[in-house]
Design a protein around this ligand. Structure first.
Ligand SMILES: C[S@@+](CC[C@H](N)C(=O)[O-])C[C@H]1O[C@@H](n2cnc3c(N)ncnc32)[C@H](O)[C@@H]1O
Length: 387
């Protein structure tokens, strides 16, 4: 069984190559220096040794418990490079459930009350993991489906091609005030709301780490694109991102690039070495402004009236919708008038369109030198002037 192979040994590998090994009782001591470090050993033990509530987000890619029986062969009898490692072997579903509950207890200990956790898995394990997470009090926010553009075929032709994995995104508790970078996700998606189905290829080509023999360094290395979206969606610059099943360190590499702080845990010494070498080569984006998208909700509120008071939009001038189908006059008190109707920029926008609601900032435009400019652009200018 996967969890049996660990002794109570923890090796702390520092990025500069220094190693610190602690045994037995020392493991029960709290770890205080954990930022940008990789711990070799059992992740549950290591997470419980961290200070309580020190982590903003967890990304976990646990063993799948694939339950493979014998070699998987292609039609030409060549062996498929499947996940048959010791760390993926469990005696029974009950053993897998006990393992899952144990590491998730470590996550609950290390995670901040408002933190979130992502767990990726396949049909072999994700339903068991989801049930255990709900029973432990985690609150499922989304199940995101990673649709693989280049999945492994079903060689025996007896089932559908298994072309996706599922990521459960959960807050620590139902009432957690968790972070979701809505605007960053919308920006990444050409200004459309990001959906819960993500289409991306498996990790291949130059990104795939290989050993000296040319074979894959790790059977389940995840694509950096997947971690990019995960980290951009649910953390901010400087946040602590923990990956308890670090493997080749994909989470650490992307976290470092995006100026987040990583903490990795991995039981296998060789994987730890590979991850350490990989992360040491990553150059972070040099300016924090380039890797952060401030939420509109956290930006200071600018009422439309402030634009009128400052003459950025003249009282008495006319606003138009982007296609000039509707017009409204600006009143000195920061409301708009269209026919007999008077109301805020939002109410008037909804009224002229006969709609239930309208975002007036994006709907109304001022005319400058024959061009229509959304009033949202003027609001942004004022925001910059004021802060
Ligand atoms: C599915 S792989 C993760 C791959 C990783 N996401 C990547 O991109 O390289 C799971 C990893 O968890 C490690 N592992 C399994 N059980 C563990 C445990 N109890 N504590 C720490 N690491 C463990 C395995 O050695 C394996 O590298």
């Amino acid at each position: 069984m996967g969890s049996k192979i660990f002794s109570n040994i923890l090796i702390l590998l520092l990025l500069d190559g220094e190693s610190l090994v602690t045994h037995g009782a020392a493991m029960t001591k709290k770890i205080t220096a954990y930022k940008n470090r990789i711990f070799q050993g059992d992740c549950a033990e290591a997470m419980n040794a961290l200070p309580e509530g020190c982590v903003d987000m967890v990304f976990a890619d646990p063993p799948y418990n694939l339950q493979l029986e014998g070699d998987l062969l292609r039609p030409n009898n060549s062996k498929v490079d499947a996940v048959d490692n010791d760390w993926d072997q469990f005696d029974s579903f009950a053993a897998y459930d006990a393992f899952t509950e144990n590491w998730l207890k470590g996550v609950r200990h290390a995670l901040k009350p408002d933190g979130t956790v992502w767990v990726i898995g396949s049909y072999h394990n994700i339903f068991r993991v989801g049930r255990i997470m709900q029973d432990m009090g985690f609150w499922i926010l989304n199940d995101v489906v990673w649709l693989k553009t280049n999945p492994m075929p079903n060689f025996r032709g007896r089932r559908f091609t298994n072309a996706h994995e599922t990521m459960l995104w959960c807050s620590r508790d139902q009432k957690s005030k968790y972070r979701f970078n809505y605007e960053a996700m919308k920006n990444l998606n050409d200004d459309l709301q990001m959906r819960s189905d993500w289409t991306m290829p498996l990790c291949t080509g130059k990104e795939r780490l290989k050993g000296a023999d040319g074979a894959k360094a790790h059977p389940t290395q995840k694509p950096e694109g997947l971690l990019h979206r995960v980290i951009m969606s649910s953390t901010e610059v400087g946040d602590v991102v923990l990956d308890p099943f670090f493997g080749t360190g994909t989470t650490g590499a992307v976290a470092k690039k995006l100026k987040r702080t990583y903490v990795g845990m991995e039981q296998d010494e060789e994987y730890v070495r590979i991850a350490r070498e990989r992360i040491s080569k990553v150059r972070p984006v040099n300016d924090p402004m380039l890797v952060d998208t401030p939420s509109k909700r956290t930006q200071p509120r600018i009422p439309f009236g402030w634009l009128v008071e400052r003459g950025m939009v003249e009282a008495g001038s006319t606003l138009y919708d982007p296609r000039r189908r509707h017009a409204a006059r600006v009143r000195a008190d920061g409301t708009l008038m269209s026919g007999d109707f008077r109301g805020s920029i939002h109410q008037t926008g909804a009224h002229v369109q006969k709609a239930d609601a309208c975002n007036g900032w994006q709907y109304w435009c001022v005319e400058k030198k024959g061009k229509l400019i959304p009033i949202d652009v003027l609001r942004q200018q004022l925001r910059t002037q004021l802060h």
